[in-house]
Design a protein around this ligand. Sequence first.
Ligand SMILES: N[C@@H](CCC(=O)N[C@@H](CS)C(=O)NCC(=O)O)C(=O)O
Length: 300
Amino acid sequence: MADTPLPDPADNQPPGYVPPKIWTWDKASGGQFANINRPVSGATHEKELPVGRHPLQLYSLGTPNGVKVTIMLEELLAAGHQGAEYDAWLIRIGEGDQFGSGFVSVNPNSKIPAMMDHSLDPPLRLFESGSILVYLAEKFGAFLPTDARRRAETFNWLMWQMGSAPFVGGGFGHFYHYAPFRIEYAIDRYAMETKRQLHVLDTHLAEHEYLAGDYSIADMAVFPWYGGLLRGAYNAAEFLSVEDYRNVVRWAAAIEAREPVQRGRLVNAMALPEEQRVPERHEAADIDRVREAMKAAAEA
Ligand SMILES: N[C@@H](CCC(=O)N[C@@H](CS)C(=O)NCC(=O)O)C(=O)O
């Protein structure tokens, strides 16, 4: 098969750029995440993780991937599963906490969310938000249908989210919002893909109330990402014409109205205004306090 002809270096970004024969790490490459991105894995420093009094220990941050898990834990608690009580510890990824030795031993991939289940001996480690959702759903027998057809459909949408959202966050969000300069080619490519994904969801939700029958871990995984776009993630709501996706808007509003979702969204959520954050959660009262203060402020 003939190779695709290489572009004229004059058209490259920056003009004249030609990739070297062998890529080497250029620390000065810039960008919002330059200080945490590295081409190698593993710990950069020794640091044990704290362990609280509950069996489930979550090490996370309130990003769309982190919030999936706190929504699930709050849903489980609201449904009466007391065994889902948890400690949520803050991992400040901008400051490199994910490269501490304790965190790396829970997640060798150094990304939040990560979790330990101390109710097992030896304790069990969990990483990848989709894996954590499935584990919790199976442990508590909740939010994951047992019927083969519905269970498969739940996994279809959960895996769809895990495979698709990196194009939204790492592709569109990165090049539209975080990159140190704007590249038309990259923005067009990922805006197209993000809108295609919104259309996939919108088309499915035109015929279905939730993604896979009843409200499930599939909705909990998809909502923080695509509901986030509707709420203005990357300041791109207008750019992506998100209001056009009427069925996604309807579905996201129904999920957002759920109390456990409102509670879960606050945990480890350092991007929210300070008075709405629950930096760490060790008991229900940690969230109750912040919600009561928010309610009082809204009524004042
Ligand atoms: N596929 C992973 C993605 C996790 C992920 O990308 N986490 C980001 C925050 S949303 C992170 O920890 N980034 C830190 C880093 O890249 O060093 C999951 O769903 O758990």
